[in-house]
Design a protein around this ligand. Structure first.
Ligand code: SAM
Ligand code: DTB
Ligand code: SF4
Length: 329
């Protein structure tokens, strides 16, 4: 498995990105088959446990308090509410539950204690629990790990050079620091980004360069297509072209061979055929359920039908961990 590398250069990633599309899809599909079971797709369900009112200025985000969007601010959910939603998601085939909060960072208060309870509750149901709560320090990462958290999502979003044109209220370095704290606590990392922000191809390559230099690579890499939301600075951006999404997924697959690439936000804007090519090119996970955090996602029954038509199966929870325990036994 010697294709896993931490010393990619921009030129090498650019060469992959600029390969003629069908040739690229073929190559990426070949790598995908070497490291993953191509007929399995991991399904996560998203819950917005705390919605809106965020102090940050991420130009794409409907939950930033400073933009006028239709998102209504909601305080932190109760543990019972999260538990009920988790039960429904599991029945639907989700093996992972991802809890998102519109926070700049975690504070050590009652709300965080409640999130720790949510993690314990969902973990006890046999689901992988993921959280995305903004910046966290080492101690908070340790507490989340002790509560049974499986993964922490924290996206680098775009290249280091482009970051300040999208977000000014924090630095790229802050993102990387949180990822460092997450790794130190022994949690798995979910980190990727967004395309369609108005970034250049060079920025897409730069983002993959950052992710590829994390050692170990993030276990999960979400590639989001911008969902333009009215009221945000990027609300009028054009929808990402199918070919761009397929190309980005395929390049990510080649650069990070053993990470699970997540076909993330923006599926409502994509045809089933586009999604099929993304799965062929190496996407191994997606979000199921009518909503992402605040924006729509395809209907779960439609997704089930797509799985049947494409011959895909939902993946069971904790396969990585089960494998490791077996090897150690
Ligand atoms: N507040 C936390 C943070 O920023 O890390 C967690 C929640 S935040 C909504 C998680 C991720 O959702 C962002 O990093 C971004 O990649 C993605 N996201 C937010 N709004 C989006 C949009 N309109 N389209 C696509 N992805 C989006
Ligand atoms: C990720 O990369 N995408 C998900 C998840 N991680 C938290 C969130 C997408 C949010 C899309 C905009 C919304 O629904 O508010
Ligand atoms: Fe806040 Fe996260 Fe949205 Fe940025 S992406 S405004 S940090 S909720």
């Amino acid at each position: 498995m010697s294709d896993i590398r931490y010393n990619w250069t921009k030129e090498q990633i650019a060469e992959i990105y600029n390969t003629p599309l069908l040739e690229l899809v073929y190559k990426a599909a070949t790598v995908h088959r070497k490291y993953h079971n191509p007929s399995e797709v991991q399904i996560s369900s998203l819950i917005s446990i705390k919605t809106g009112g965020c102090p940050e200025d991420c130009a794409y985000c409907p939950q930033a308090a400073r933009y006028h969007t239709e998102v209504k601010v909601q305080k932190l959910m109760s543990v019972d509410e999260v538990s009920d939603i988790a039960d429904k998601a599991r029945t639907m085939g989700a093996s992972r539950l991802c809890m998102g909060a519109a926070w700049r960072e975690v504070r050590d208060n009652k709300d965080f204690d409640r999130v720790l309870d949510m993690v314990k509750t969902v973990n006890a149901k046999g689901m992988e629990v993921c959280a995305t709560l903004g910046m966290i320090n080492e101690e908070q990462a340790n507490k989340l790990a002790d509560a049974g958290l499986y993964a922490y999502n924290h996206n680098v979003d775009t290249s280091e050079e482009n970051y300040s044109s999208i977000i000014t209220t924090r630095k790229y370095e802050d993102r990387l620091n949180t990822l460092h704290n997450v790794r130190k606590a022994g949690l798995t990392i979910c980190s990727g980004g967004i395309i369609g922000l108005g970034e250049s191809v060079n920025d897409r390559i730069g983002m993959l360069l950052t992710l590829s230099h994390l050692n170990p690579h993030p276990e999960s890499v979400p590639i989001n297509a911008l969902v333009p939301v009215e009221g945000t600075p990027l609300g009028e951006m054009p929808i990402v072209e199918s070919w761009e999404m397929i190309r980005m997924i395929a390049t990510t697959r080649m650069v990070l061979p053993d990470s699970v690439v997540r076909l993330s936000a923006g599926r409502v804007q994509m045809s089933r055929e586009t999604q099929a090519l993304c799965f062929l090119a190496g996407a191994g996970s997606m979000f199921m359920g009518e909503k992402l955090l605040t924006t729509p996602n395809p209907d779960a029954n439609e997704d089930k039908k797509m799985f049947d038509d494409l011959g895909l199966k939902p993946k069971n929870a904790f396969q990585h961990r089960a494998k490791k325990e077996k090897a150690e036994a």
